[in-house]
Design a protein around this ligand. Structure first.
Ligand code: AHR
Length: 503
């Protein structure tokens, strides 16, 4: 099979916001406890944070990490996580039916973010709490000393404000499962008042209002319209979430799900424009896709805990999806979609980062390793920075549940003018055909291939484990060449690849 792509240096979509490669950590399962934090671990630092995990996180060059939830945040008291650790309360977490020792709170998380060289994106509780908690938390985190909250922060060991710019106004408030679930009207009114109050403290904050939890929600996309009608002038982003699953074991349908993602983004972008026009507004609101990933492998095993039949365990093995090679392709496709939608998606977070539906897994007291999906996320985060190219792609396609004529090749292109590089991320969705891909490079000058990484596997079900950590991993590609303006490479069946050109 043959496919052609034309890339022209003048045909661009948008500058990609680096923050589209963000991640998410929730007080859920073993994300925090025995994930990033394990004081007894041989690699733990003075704060109890695992050095081996920090090293794997650092490699990903993550711009920001959303914290502390997720559903957890909607009944969370941030004050439980400050002050001397031995005096912090253990609380029951209503979202995941577990208990939390609060040994990690805002100070420990901030220090960890410094260690892994990332920024914080904080969520406030608009479920069980409201405006007062939001302003107090904001003043505690960002306020000057000489004020009540600033002085308390100083007493707890941190004189300088943390200076957090990104704030999520609650989490999935459209979901009946959420503690303090609200209608779009109730939430929109509250979110607007909270946003105004937070802006009164600091105009430069970037505020994220909740959109739909997924595009199958009965209230979608009216929820976005109504919430934005209340908040348009006071927020910067609207948050969307989507999780991907292959429950029917239908790979063709599974690998076409990013068509649904693309429509979801398109619909919400249109809704933003609708409200903008209706309000005669001159400001722009963007999309924060602050939860996305594959999530289904662990559903059955989680049931007993989520149904409350296991009591209130601390840091149980919840949402521990073991990712396979098929999921590599899916994550590559999702990231390609964000690159192509970089004009509207300015923030995004893989959900989550460690142990809980995560690219990094740990054994308590043991090793930390990369799950299969670590790699496409790594390649996009490290090499997908710059300007998204508007590619013209020509290739045969197939009809799937969520899209017609879905191309067998899915490709995105990024030009980094500072480095003088062009990078392509390509997925072959075909299970038996190798695709000969020809990319016509227009307006870039002479080019040479500087890096080519390929991921394939004999089995879509292949996974990485503590004992076999490199079963699914990238290998250097061969045979890619540039002749004149033409880059040619072969995409084996079911493969992911990243190819970088100096041009
Ligand atoms: O990431 C897991 C959960 O998925 C989050 O807590 C919630 O926001 C979403 O439903």
């Amino acid at each position: 099979m043959r496919a052609t792509v034309t890339a022209h240096s003048d045909y661009t979509i948008s500058r990609i916001d680096d923050r589209v490669y963000g991640a998410f950590l929730e007080h859920l399962g073993r994300a925090i406890y025995t994930g990033i934090y394990e004081p007894d671990h041989p690699t733990a630092d003075a704060d109890g944070m695992r050095g081996d995990v920090a090293q794997l996180v650092r490699e990903l060059k993550i711009p920001m990490v959303r914290y502390p939830g997720g559903n957890f945040v909607s009944a969370y008291n941030w004050e439980d996580g400050i002050g001397p650790r031995d005096q912090r309360p253990t609380r029951l977490d209503l979202a995941w039916h577990t208990s939390d020792s609060n040994q990690v709170g805002i100070h420990e998380f901030a220090a960890w973010c410094d260690t892994v060289d990332t920024q914080m994106m904080l969520a406030i509780n608009l479920g069980s709490r409201g405006l007062d908690e939001a302003r107090n938390f904001l003043e505690y985190v960002n306020g000057p000393t000489g004020s009540y909250w600033g002085d308390l922060r100083k007493k707890n060991g941190r004189a300088d404000p943390f200076d957090v710019k990104l704030w999520c106004l609650g989490n999935e408030m459209d979901g009946p499962w959420q503690v303090g679930h609200k209608t779009a009207h109730e939430y929109g009114r509250l979110a607007n008042e909270v946003a105004k109050t937070m802006r009164a403290f600091d105009k430069s904050l970037e505020l994220i209002v909740c959109g739909s939890s997924h595009s199958n929600m009965p209230t979608y996309p009216d929820w976005e319209r109504e919430v934005l009608e209340h908040t348009y002038e006071s927020v910067d982003h609207i948050s969307l979430h989507m999780y991907f699953a292959n429950r029917e074991k239908n790979t063709a349908n599974y690998l076409a799900l990013n068509e649904k993602l693309d429509r979801y983004i398109g619909t919400v972008a249109s809704t933003i424009n609708f409200v903008k026009s209706k309000k005669r507004s001159s400001r722009d609101v963007y999309i924060s896709f602050d939860e996305w990933n594959v999530w289904y492998h662990s559903n059955k095993q989680d049931r007993a805990i989520l149904d409350g039949n296991s009591g209130w365990p601390h840091a149980p093995r919840l949402l521990e999806d073991i990712y396979n090679f098929e999921d590599v392709l899916q994550v590559g496709l999702i990231l390609n979609t964000f690159i192509r939608r970089s004009d509207v998606v300015k923030l995004a977070c893989i959900a989550q980062l460690v142990n809980v539906i995560a690219p990094i897994m740990t054994d308590p007291k043991g090793q930390a390793w990369r799950q299969t999906i670590y790699y496409p996320y790594y390649f996009a985060s490290v090499y997908g920075r710059g300007t998204a190219l508007q590619l013209a792609v020509n290739c045969p396609g197939y009809d799937a549940e969520h899209g017609d004529n879905v191309g067998y090749v899915d490709v995105s292109g990024v030009r980094n003018a500072e480095e003088g590089t062009v990078t392509f991320f390509a997925v072959n969705r075909h299970g038996s055909e190798t695709i000969d891909l020809e990319v016509s490079l227009e307006g870039f000058g002479a080019g040479t291939v500087i890096d080519h990484q390929v991921m394939t596997h004999a089995s879509l079900e292949a996974v990485n484990t503590a004992a076999d950590q490199h079963n699914v991993a990238p290998r250097p590609g061969s045979g890619a060449r540039i002749e004149g303006k033409l880059l040619s490479l072969r995409l084996p069946p079911y493969s992911y690849q990243m190819i970088r050109i100096k041009a």
